[in-house]
Design a protein around this ligand. Structure first.
Ligand SMILES: [Zn+2]
Length: 82
């Protein structure tokens, strides 16, 4: 009897475009982490509702630009009402 061990292989895919990240398209090791608590019906934190998205270099650029634009275009509530 002989034993052959086949090492596990980790395949990471981009959560946006589903491309397999192979070291050429994930050189920045990008990810988007959205931290949040899930709230119960009384408004108390009851669970972790955080989400993490692994992103290839191309999607990292696109998502970062989108977040930058959203943050820059936000009008504070007090200014919007005046
Ligand atoms: Zn991608």
């Amino acid at each position: 009897m002989s034993i052959t061990t086949i090492p596990a292989k980790t395949i990471k895919t981009c959560d946006r475009c589903k491309a397999v990240m192979d070291g050429r398209n994930d050189r920045q090791e990008g990810a988007l982490l959205v931290k949040a608590h899930a709230l119960d019906m009384h408004g108390h934190a009851c669970a972790d509702a955080s989400r993490k998205f692994d992103l290839c270099d191309s999607c990292l650029y696109t998502v970062a630009k989108t977040i930058d634009a959203a943050m820059a275009s936000h009008v504070p509530v007090q200014d919007a009402q005046s």
